[in-house]
Design a protein around this ligand. Sequence first.
Ligand SMILES: [Zn+2]
Length: 145
Amino acid sequence: MASAQTATVVCPFCETLNRVDLARIEQHPKCGKCGKPIRLDRPIAISDASFERVTTDSTVPVVVDFYADWCGPCKIMAPLLDDVARRRAGQILVTKLDTDRNPAAGTRFGVRGIPTLIAFRDGKEVARRVGAVPPAELEAFLNSI
Ligand SMILES: [Zn+2]
């Protein structure tokens, strides 16, 4: 595992895209523009604008949680995904996309119901789960990507 693992993430403060060395996340990477810390141990909010870069420009799988604030099953999934982001920080990039504010990405990938989880490698969909999934099934999904 000599090659560097990197991911492109959105700064939650200024929305600048930052390339992050995943081997160094323990050292708490900071945003190149505003200098604030970028946390990778929780799902990172992405948007239609950043979707392409974040899902493509990463050496590790990127999981996108298509959700909405009014969606009950999404609220059930949220703590599970928080947990995944923490446990698999540096191995899988967990992101979340508010489908109300960002309708384009969901339309492009034919997302008809939420929550929908889509896993990407190099910008290509490699797996998908629709609806709230129990922890064991979520784990199996993550192990398959
Ligand atoms: Zn920033």
